[in-house]
Design a protein around this ligand. Structure first.
Ligand SMILES: C[S@@+](CC[C@H](N)C(=O)[O-])C[C@H]1O[C@@H](n2cnc3c(N)ncnc32)[C@H](O)[C@@H]1O
Length: 275
């Protein structure tokens, strides 16, 4: 493993948060997989491409990319999630994937080793986003392409659920990095400073499945990393009210197909700038 500069993130993703994601891989994929096809299409992943998946986690997108490319490599901070990713690639018989543990902000990628860099919700956590995206740009060829998705929490159904939870969780916030990509001008400025050009930023709506029914989805949201973190900080004192508030907020989304919500994402593309 190369160096780690995002140490708090590394602790979280190698601790409770990463264990929860690795232990509920199918659930997280049901929540997040709607963006897979828009992301792969935006990146124009093709048969000859070598693809880098940043913050690949349990590796569903890495496997999908590998199936239509020459090879795909996932890089992630999380040991538990990478173990899960390797097991799934083996179980599904996807031979042209590899995974590496490390911090994408400083990882010693071979320069120009990839035609495409992708990420499904893995680029919101960098302490220094310009340094991180500069490092990713260096890993791409001179005509390399970038396509990343970032949750647009406030435009998504789950945003209403977290808003209902917040009064029962002092200090609750979903994640400071999520809003960084909401402003197209700020996104373009960031990626231009990191060596990209032709930045696009589109809001994409997808379907998202949070559970079989309200009780199931409520327990999942209660255990989700940021919720769990603030429950623990609060000595679990408001768990009863919190559970009721989350359950009530999920009711409008429940139906015969489970608890389904609209999920909005910022889908951002760019190409490597002339160098
Ligand atoms: C929200 S999860 C998304 C995981 C996966 N892409 C998915 O869609 O299921 C964020 C992922 O980014 C990873 N991550 C966060 N900061 C990172 C960094 N600096 N370098 C590499 N991975 C990072 C985490 O370990 C985690 O797996």
């Amino acid at each position: 493993m190369t160096g780690i500069v995002n140490t708090a993130q590394s602790e979280a993703w190698n601790g409770y948060e990463g264990e929860h994601w690795a232990g509920h891989a199918g659930r997280y994929d049901a929540v997040n997989s709607g963006i897979n096809e828009p992301l792969l299409a935006a990146a124009r992943v093709g048969a000859g491409d070598r693809v880098l998946d940043i913050g690949c986690g349990n590796g569903q997108l890495t496997r999908l990319a590998a199936r239509r490319a020459a090879a795909a490599t996932g890089v992630d901070l999380s040991g538990p999630m990478l173990s899960r990713a390797r097991e799934s690639a083996e179980a599904e018989g996807v031979p042209n994937v590899s995974f590496a543990q490390g911090d994408a902000q400083v990882f010693a990628f071979e320069p120009g080793a990839f035609e495409v860099a992708l990420s499904r919700f893995g680029v919101m956590f960098f302490a220094d986003p310009v340094a991180a995206f500069s490092n990713i740009a260096r890993a791409l060829t001179d005509t390399g392409r970038l396509a990343v998705a970032v949750p647009a929490m406030s435009a998504s159904g789950i945003g209403a659920v977290f808003a209902a939870a917040a009064p029962h969780l002092p200090g609750f916030e979903v994640g400071h990095g999520f809003s960084a990509f909401a402003d197209p001008a700020a996104t373009a400025e960031l990626l231009t400073a990191a060596g990209f050009s032709g930045v696009t930023n589109e809001l994409v709506d997808t379907d998202s499945v949070w559970g079989a029914d309200v009780a199931d989805a409520t327990e999942f949201v209660m255990g989700w990393g940021p919720t769990r973190y603030h429950r623990q900080r609060n000595d679990f004192a408001t768990d009863d009210e919190l559970r009721s508030a989350i359950g009530a907020a999920l009711v409008p989304f429940a139906g015969p197909g489970g608890v389904r919500m609209r999920a909005a994402s910022h889908l951002i593309t760019a190409t490597v700038a002339l160098r």
